[in-house]
Design a protein around this ligand. Sequence first.
Ligand SMILES: [Zn+2]
Length: 357
Amino acid sequence: MLSESKPDDVRRSGADPSAWAEDFAGLMVVSMARLGRSLDGPFDAALAAWTYEHELDSEWINELRDSFPAWLAAMCGQKPGTLAGDRQKAFDVFMACLVVLLTHWRTEPPLGVRYGSVAAHWCAGHPAIYSKVQAAIRARSSVIRIALADWTLADVLKHGRGEPPKAEKLELKTVLQFSGQRTWAQAAATAAYALFGDFLMDESETTEFCKRCAKPFRIGKKKLFCSLRCARIHSAIQSRHEKVRISRRRKFRNAAGALARLLESGLGARTDWRDHVQRKAGMQTRDARRSRGLTAFIRASQAAPGSPEREGLLRSLQVDSDGNPDTEEREALQREFDSFLSNIQKAEEIQQRGKRK
Ligand SMILES: [Zn+2]
């Protein structure tokens, strides 16, 4: 008889077709197909990770969350009940892993001129992640499964009775499966690392991340931004930043000039140099936040050359910080900056001496 030639897991379900829905093998294939369409590919996984980070309550994320435990259990060749630990947390572990991995990928590109694969250079610079990706892919192998297949219209027509046959339609399918996973969290992390490995191998060269919102998109006509909207917002922010920088630099130049002239003309102990310079440079306004300008320079003058205080302040004065600032221009700015700071030190000393007398 045919039924006797079936393996255990198929025979167990008996002849009742509705029992198939409960059956593990059936569940596995159904859920893998459902999730497979929306998450299995590394690009879709990257998109899901972005959505998880930015639109946690979206319908797509909720759907993925619901189908995830069955998918993950099937990926480990187990029934959903047999993995240890908290199955509810598995989806969050999976997504958090992907978010972190993709953030590393996006924000820490290999430096300098690199030949060959960017992903290979990236892995060379991230040995800890690389070894975890290797382990996850090593734990994954392809196995064959008996799967319940859907009746197609062609089957029904062939059957010739206008309805599907009562019997099950079975097929053999090759599926990928992780071995050696014992807990939900472990399996979720393994699945995330393996998908990230797929991303490095197959999609990293063709995927770009939006310069504004970090959403992944396929490289094509779009080069920097995921959408026209992001491009517009980005350029508006840029030009606003540009204006702020230009005004900041103008005030810095005015202040530096005013202080140099004050020192040349002989700074008396009675003159409050801060007040004088702020007034001349237009730094003193009723807006208290803006008058911090000079304070930042005084603090930087007390810090060591090359310290974060100094470097950060200098950078804030560079107008073209995003592109490639002209080297000559930058050196001139550095000289002006250094001489302003040393003049501040002089002025402060004179003032201190005046107070002591
Ligand atoms: Zn965007």
